[in-house]
Design a binder for this molecule. Structure first.
Ligand SMILES: Cc1c2[nH]c(c1CCC(=O)O)Cc1[nH]c(c(CCC(=O)O)c1C)Cc1[nH]c(c(CCC(=O)O)c1C)Cc1[nH]c(c(C)c1CCC(=O)O)C2
Length: 346
């Protein structure tokens, strides 16, 4: 394997002392870069880009070249897992994902299967292309959706403010919900293992909809499946768990075999640190709308974030994916401020 020239993010994830705080952005590939739109517009759609390894690799590397981030994240989507299980998705322009069929009953469940991972060869090929293109400049992050978030899409069939159809199943058919969550978990483990085999340096699990459950329900339908994934990875590479909106779960997450806990912006950093304990690295957590502010304000808020987290066991990021209408110059200012920052020595 090519030796990494910049391994700050990897060392921060492992809890080692670092010379400066590393930074990357969730959803850094795509969304904001005109260079991405140019490639994207030359194709039939989002899925063609995801499924064409050399192009997926190209847009994965764009933010490293253009923005100067300390890691790349493989260009794909969390919804490739339902598809590998037999539930295809469509990406509807300006609207988002849509599943023509959803899971509603035992009958539907019998039509899908646990993915072996081989269905997603195009992702491993994209990883291989990316590693060659990066040539060790920065680490490459692999990812998957958390079982609960994938469950939400497979039952609901699209994005939703409430995911009430998916949450109805948790109350009315918990047996069915657990069966589906178990199948998603096994598929995800197979998938992540093959991403590791292909060479990713770290993994992040996105539980984007964790915050819509109560603490009690998240303990039943969320945490146990994350635990199974963390145990299966078994420290082969560092793992980040990002359970958006689930502040109530930080203590539970900190008990799992993960290295890093991702934070959104809705909770004070010192409280999150208290709940997580001293052992875990924390990632985050600037409010993405801060990047709509003027430059001075962006710098001030970014420095405040860095001071709040302190010099070690922190990976700088926004508290969620960068919003699509963010000015790339504001993103660059955020990144440059982090890279130039010197923590007080006292
Ligand atoms: C919930 C979720 C999805 N996908 C993802 C999540 C978890 C993170 C989060 O909470 O934001 C994760 C994701 N999606 C994408 C990536 C890879 C690139 C990266 O993070 O830089 C990652 C890590 C590409 C994408 N996935 C998608 C795009 C935009 C599609 C396009 O280019 O037309 C990209 C670049 C489409 C997508 N995919 C999804 C939605 C709701 C949408 C539509 C809205 C949007 O985010 O633009 C599902």
């Amino acid at each position: 394997m090519t030796e990494l020239k910049n391994d700050l993010l990897l060392r921060a994830a492992k809890g080692e002392d670092i010379e400066r705080t590393p930074v990357w952005l969730m959803r850094q590939a795509g969304r904001i870069l005109p260079e991405y739109r140019a490639i994207r517009n030359s194709l039939s759609g989002f899925k063609e880009l995801v499924e064409t390894p050399h192009l997926a690799a190209e847009v994965t590397i764009q933010p490293v070249d253009i923005l100067g981030v300390d890691a790349a994240i493989i260009f794909s989507d969390i919804l490739v897992i339902p598809e590998a299980m037999g539930l295809t998705y469509e990406m509807i322009e300006k609207k988002g994902p849509f599943f023509p069929s959803t899971i509603d009953s035992e009958y539907d469940l019998n039509k899908i299967r646990v993915a072996e991972g081989g269905e997603l060869q195009y992702v491993y090929d994209a990883i291989e292309h990316t590693l060659i293109g990066l040539d060790g400049r920065v680490p490459l992050i692999g990812f998957a959706g958390a079982p609960l978030t994938i469950f939400c899409y497979m039952v609901e069939g699209s994005g939703s403010k409430t995911f009430s159809k998916a949450r109805k199943m948790l109350w009315q058919r918990p047996d069915l919900a657990h069966k589906l969550l178990g199948m998603i978990t096994d598929s995800t483990i197979n998938y992540l293992q093959q991403q590791i085999n292909a060479g990713v340096h770290l993994l992040q699990i996105f539980d984007s909809w964790a915050g819509i459950l109560s603490a009690e329900q998240y303990r039943i339908f969320g945490i146990p499946y994350l635990e199974k994934i963390c145990n299966a990875i078994d420290l082969q590479v560092p793992v980040t768990l990002f359970a958006k909106g689930a502040h109530f779960s930080i203590r539970d997450l900190a008990l799992l075999e993960c290295n890093t806990i991702g934070l959104d912006w809705n909770m004070p950093v010192n409280l999150a640190r208290q709940m997580a304990g001293p052992g875990k690295t924390l990632q985050g957590n600037l409010d993405p709308t801060t990047l709509y502010a003027d430059g001075k304000e962006i710098v001030k808020e970014t420095k405040k974030m860095l001071a709040d987290f302190g010099p070690h066991k922190h990976i700088a990021n926004l508290g969620h994916g960068v919003y699509p209408d963010t000015d790339p110059m504001a993103v660059k200012l955020f990144i440059d401020t982090i890279k130039a920052y010197k923590h007080d020595k006292n």
